[in-house]
Write a protein that binds this ligand. Structure first.
Ligand SMILES: Nc1ncnc2c1ncn2[C@@H]1O[C@H](COP(=O)(O)OP(=O)(O)OP(=O)(O)O)[C@@H](O)[C@H]1O
Length: 704
């Protein structure tokens, strides 16, 4: 395509984008008309349809080989957008509609998938389309795959002025039939020319054949034993890591096909923002397949850091409630997406709000937020997350249920305080709840309920009781729960989530190598045992390709894994080697600061973080150097327009930054045989990693 031609097409697409946004926003701002009688519900005004105004972004465009009568009314191309619309006779289909499979090249086959000639992915900056990337599907690129439309730029949007309904343009005449075809006959697969072999170094055309859902892992490959050979339900005692057979060291994992490669590369090279944004234009075929699994099908998705698990989790939450989702894949109830920290909730909320226009049907809560919400706690309780393995044990939930039943049987209305005290006293001397000496000792050591409310280690127990005695109205009706960073969910927390999940449909997303506690299940088999999913074990899908970190970063971090699991499949092959700097204790502050500033200079538009097991010391050092803590975000420090985030490995989970300085790896908490928190910290950077230490590094990181 000549430059001039591309410029003309770009103008045309920008005009289409403006018209689309106008249509979508106009529709969203129309009040919902109340159809019922004038009763107490009737306000006379109505509410706007969307809580958050949709951006109305076009995602891409698909050109077919031939005009299509059946689905497109004689049209030969269509757009994919946030929601459906019609632009001067050209359809815009929702990204969640089945026909969008033509664009994402997934395996949920739509009859038009075989007819696609070219896929166009839009690159946006702010509200505007700034570029597009065309990818042929199999065949060579047609000279003019997309018909040109004569569009007029709409006037500036206004709430009072609505554009007149656009007349549907007459479909373009179909392309002249080939000598051997009737005009309406679609070529069969056998008649279509074979895909040319891509030239070395060029972007390969998108795979044309129907792909299949990424094959679920065999229980063995996913570190799970077959059901018959499964261990007893997970112990509540510390879990040793399960052995996880994987590809031999150095053997490359199978690479799923990539689409919109140039745009994806540009996206990943761009500076990281504070929160995640939708990635529909570059969503990959295997990711699309997992996002669009029917709502009532449960599954586990595992993969190394940065393989797109959070992208899938957040886009899936939006898909499940989208207007465009076919009814058979959708649900009537609500979706809860659960993550590890409030920082994580903030990180993903923007994606979900953007894709659902702020739908109230998706709740985003971290586990601590969920428990605080249940208990109406305004502040984070103090102290460590646990004081003993029993704080996390599922047995506590069993005791709570028994206490609730007892109180009900005696005609008492169970309350939070009443049930807690009944559990704390181990029932009554006549009818104890347990006779196990270890449990009797534990229960006897529980503090009175007023104190328990202020101690973090007892929050899960209180939350379980609260759920049993009075479910909050805003959390009923949940039919699908998506759990991200699932490797860190304790048996007691799984119990709470199971009680909340009315349809028992799950998307469980995690990485066992990032596990930070020995009190959480050590294998997916153990998680499945806790969930009691009604229709057999859900499949386990493994994501292979790392998108976030460059190969040098992943290779360095993967030294912490058992040799069989060090396989690296990095989309970003190139990048600086990690910098490892040993210094004297007295120089630690200046050395860390030196690397923070170095990374800020290298990535001026990007984000930089220090991850340390001892944030206080780093914060004191920043304070001495006249940095100031941000008023909006307590973990961010600022100096002359520069910003750095100081994070503990726990709060860094699920987040990412352009540059990361990891301080004193030897001090990171360890779990049995694993370095989960350190592994998480080393894999947060997108572009560059620096390690600063005064003590010897953990043994696997010493070897070069
Ligand atoms: N299809 C995609 N298009 C654009 N960016 C993508 C895509 N898939 C993943 N990414 C980017 O890769 C990075 C890592 O993705 P994500 O956070 O989902 O990984 P993860 O597997 O959840 O990682 P972790 O386990 O370390 O939290 C993010 O910046 C994300 O935006």
């Amino acid at each position: 395509m000549t430059l001039e031609r591309k410029q003309l097409d770009l103008e045309d697409e920008r005009t289409a984008q403006k018209r689309y946004r106008r249509q979508v926003q106009d529709r969203a701002s129309r009040p919902i008309t109340y159809q019922g009688s004038r009763n107490s519900l009737w306000t006379g005004t109505g509410l706007p349809k969307s809580a958050v105004m949709p951006l109305g972004a076009l995602i891409g465009r698909v050109a077919l080989r031939e005009p299509d009568e059946e689905d497109l009314d004689g049209g030969s191309d269509f757009y994919i957008g946030e929601t459906k619309a019609n632009l001067d006779g050209v359809d815009v289909f929702s990204w969640a509609a089945p026909v969008a499979c033509t664009f994402f090249r997934g395996s949920r086959h739509h009859e038009l998938c075989d007819e696609v000639a070219v896929i166009r992915a839009f690159e946006h900056r702010g509200d505007e389309i700034v570029d597009f990337h065309d990818e042929p599907v199999g065949d060579e690129m047609p000279a003019q795959p997309f018909r040109k439309r004569a569009l007029t730029v709409p006037a500036a949007p206004s709430r009072t002025l609505r554009p007149p309904a656009a007349p549907r343009a007459a479909p373009l005449p179909p392309a002249p039939p080939s000598p051997t075809q009737s005009p309406s006959a679609k070529p069969t697969a056998a008649q279509k020319p074979a895909a040319p072999t891509p030239a070395a170094g060029s972007t390969p055309p998108v795979a044309r054949q129907r792909s299949s859902l990424p094959a679920p892992l065999s229980p063995d490959a996913a570190a799970t034993a077959p059901p018959s050979a499964r261990p007893a339900p997970p112990a509540v005692r510390p879990e040793p890591p399960a052995s996880r057979p994987a590809a031999p060291a150095g053997q490359s994992a199978a690479a799923p096909p990539v689409r919109a490669e140039a745009l994806l590369r540009a996206r990943l090279a761009a500076p990281r923002a504070k929160s995640l944004a939708p990635v529909l234009a570059t969503l990959q075929p295997d990711q699309y397949d997992l996002v669009t699994v029917p709502a009532m099908d449960s599954m586990i998705i595992e993969g190394q850091p940065g393989t797109g698990k959070t992208i899938i989790a957040s886009h899936r939450a939006a898909y499940l409630v989208s207007d465009g989702t076919p009814p058979e894949n959708s649900l009537d109830g609500n979706v809860l997406i659960v993550g590890p920290t409030s920082g994580y909730s903030e990180h993903i909320r923007a994606v979900i709000d953007r894709l659902t226009s702020g739908s109230k049907r998706v709740r985003v809560l971290s586990l601590p937020e969920l428990m605080r919400h249940l208990l109406h706690l305004r502040h984070e309780p103090r102290g460590p997350v646990s004081r003993s393995w029993q704080d996390f044990a599922k047995m506590l939930a069993v005791l709570v249920r028994a206490a609730v039943a007892r109180l009900k049987a005696t005609g008492m209305m169970p309350t939070l305080d009443g049930v807690y005290e009944h559990v704390r006293r181990n029932g009554s001397s006549e009818y104890p709840l347990t006779k196990d000496p270890e449990w009797i000792k534990y229960l006897g050591g529980l503090p009175p309920v007023r104190d328990a409310r202020t101690i973090r280690a007892h929050t899960p127990l209180l939350a379980i009781i609260q759920w049993e005695v009075a479910k909050p109205r805003d959390l009923v009706g949940i039919e699908h729960i998506i759990v991200d960073e699932a490797q860190d969910v304790t048996p007691l927390e799984w119990h709470l989530l199971t009680s909340m999940n009315e349809a028992h449909a799950w998307t469980i997303v995690g990485d066992l190598n990032q596990r930070r506690s020995d009190y959480t299940p050590g294998s997916w088999t153990q998680v499945l045992d806790l969930l009691a999913i009604p229709y057999g074990d859900p499949p386990i899908h493994r994501l292979e390709r790392g998108y976030r970190s460059t190969r040098p970063i992943l290779q360095y971090a993967n030294r912490l894994l058992p040799p069989a699991e060090r396989v690296v499949l990095a989309f970003q092959e190139e990048g600086p080697e990690p910098t490892v700097k040993r210094c004297q204790r007295s120089d630690l502050g200046t050395t860390v600061l030196h690397h923070v500033i170095r990374l800020q200079v290298a990535y001026p538009q990007g984000t930089v973080a220090v991850i340390t097991a001892d944030p206080k010391t780093v914060e004191t050092m920043l304070h001495r150097a006249r940095w100031v803590r941000s008023r909006q975000n307590g973990s961010t420090w600022q100096d002359s327009g520069r910003e750095v985030t100081v994070a503990h490995p726990d709060t860094a989970r699920g987040l990412e930054f352009d540059g990361v300085v990891v301080v004193e790896p030897a001090d990171f908490p360890q779990n049995l045989g694993r370095q989960g928190p350190l592994y998480t910290a080393l894999t947060r950077p997108n572009r560059e990693l620096a390690v600063v230490h005064t003590k010897p590094l953990p043994e696997p990181l010493r070897r070069r």
